[in-house]
Design a protein around this ligand. Sequence first.
Ligand code: SF4
Length: 237
Amino acid sequence: MYINSEKITQIVIRTLDKPVSYDLFENFIRKSPFIRQIAFIGKGIFDSPDFTKILDLCRLKSIALIFGEMARNVPIEIVDAMVRAGNIIAVNIHDGDPNINNMIELKNKYQMPVPEVNAIIQTEPRTPQDSLSESSYAFYNLADDKNNIPCWNLLYEPMIEFNGSLLGCWANPDKKHPINAFELGMESALNKSPFINMIKMLKSGKINTKCPCARCPVFASLVWDNSTIDIYTRTQK
Ligand code: SF4
């Protein structure tokens, strides 16, 4: 099995409470020429001293950005840079946050169609996935949700930790991740055996105890349901 990264154009970078290192990020972008969209999840990205350099680099490479959750204390200069960047397509901000008005006023001032500003008003988990945590081993009910399980993100929109660790999906329960995508670049990282093993496990249903899927409630549910999923085939459609 070989994964051609040409078709994997969007990724998620999880920056829950720590930013990415600019040098590592720049190395990753240089080695990953097919990336067209990055979603930053979490507020840590706004703590990066090189935040505007990250914006500039992505604009230069025609990479669209999404910010999954904006921090409350983002200085107005940063908000201004975000609006003027022009390659940020959406920002999610908690309802009532002063950043909402600032961003909308700046959009009007510069007559920018983007970013789309979305208010986050949901506080309680809505689905079983929303309530899963790293330590949750609750049965994951696939009955209603088979086409929306986190495994699909492995190749559709792989998730990377702030330090470059390739999580693959957001439900990965392991804390130690052997693949650093920021160092290797996307194609090389996706073709390392620990990542390929995740795909093989989902496809075959056979447990590999070295694989994080072996400790994941989603996989337990696949086994319970007597199911397997072919992540690789789905991304080829
Ligand atoms: S089974 Fe594997 S790919 Fe699927 S959600 Fe769990 S850790 Fe992620």
